[in-house]
Design a protein around this ligand. Structure first.
Ligand code: ADP
Ligand code: MG
Length: 261
């Protein structure tokens, strides 16, 4: 089981879209995937068609140790893909648990407690809230590696050093094995000259950490969540879906190298 946390403290950069579609693409190539929604907004849960009323057991229960991963995982319309949905209860988590020993390890402990649960999944993707709060720290402490979506816009790199600094701190204090899986450029608009410049800048700054795959801005991708479907299910042929399928194979290739290292 490999755990990849999708994080960026900026909102609207494509974290949730990447989590949903990467998980779907991995499931489509026969990897058993689990998406854990750690954002109180619950966009990943909604985008996978889980209605608010159906979220009886949520990621909050997992963090509060009232449910196991296996108990909380719900099937989705995508074969091989399960989701642990989130609820607004998550908003209270940080306050409720302040001062409690091991509070940053709640997700890691849940993922590692039951040996059988580990055998259930090949990939666990964690979708983070747009903040470097205790939920994101839990997701980083639990992860083998971080995947960072960056939107192709002028301020793309702003905030990246703070994010990488946090990854460094988590590695020093909580999770020495934490790696940077890679940076994926999202919402690329080929008609915008600036976007191509941003891609060049990010590549020259972050080198081989940046995936070759760039996700194009694609209206089909933004429509899909309102149908409760991953873009890959809603319109597999659209350029955005195809890019996420390509990203999945790049992630798998990189996995081979990360595991060997
Ligand atoms: P985050 O989780 O980082 O806040 P989202 O994945 O929710 O970001 O994306 C923010 C908005 O941009 C959403 O409305 C989403 O549908 C849209 N979006 C994300 N990726 C694309 C894309 N490749 N093409 C078009 N719209 C996109
Ligand atoms: Mg999101």
């Amino acid at each position: 089981m490999r755990i990849i946390t999708i994080a960026n403290q900026k909102g609207g950069v494509g974290k949730t879209t990447t989590a949903i579609n990467l998980a779907t693409a991995l499931a489509a190539i026969d990897k058993r995937a689990l998406l854990i929604d750690l954002d109180p907004q619950g966009n990943a849960s909604t985008g996978l068609g889980i209605d608010k009323d159906d979220r009886e057991i949520s990621s909050y229960d997992v963090l509060k140790e009232t449910a196991s991963i296996r108990e909380a995982a719900m099937p989705t319309a995508v074969p091989n893909l399960a989701v642990i949905p989130s609820t607004m209860d998550l908003l209270g988590f940080e306050m409720e648990i302040s001062g409690v020993h091991g509070r940053a390890y709640r997700l890691r402990d849940a993922l590692h407690f039951h040996q059988q649960d580990q055998a259930d999944f090949d990939f666990v993707l964690v979708d983070c809230p747009p903040s470097l709060n205790l939920l994101t720290i839990n997701a980083m402490a639990a992860a083998d590696a971080i995947l960072v979506p960056l939107q192709c816009e002028f301020f793309a790199l702003e905030g990246l050093s703070q994010l990488l600094q946090t990854v460094e701190e988590v590695r020093d204090s909580l999770n020495p094995m934490l790696g940077l899986h890679g940076i994926v450029l999202t919402m690329f608009d080929s008609r915008n000259n600036l976007a191509a410049q941003v891609v060049r800048d990010v590549r020259s700054f972050m080198g081989e950490h940046v995936y070759e795959t760039v996700i194009p801005r694609n209206v089909r991708v933004s429509e899909a969540p309102s149908f409760g479907k991953p873009a890959i299910l809603y319109d597999m042929k659209c350029p955005g879906s195809q890019a996420y399928i390509q990203l999945a194979s790049e992630v798998i290739r990189r996995e081979g190298r990360l595991v060997a290292a």
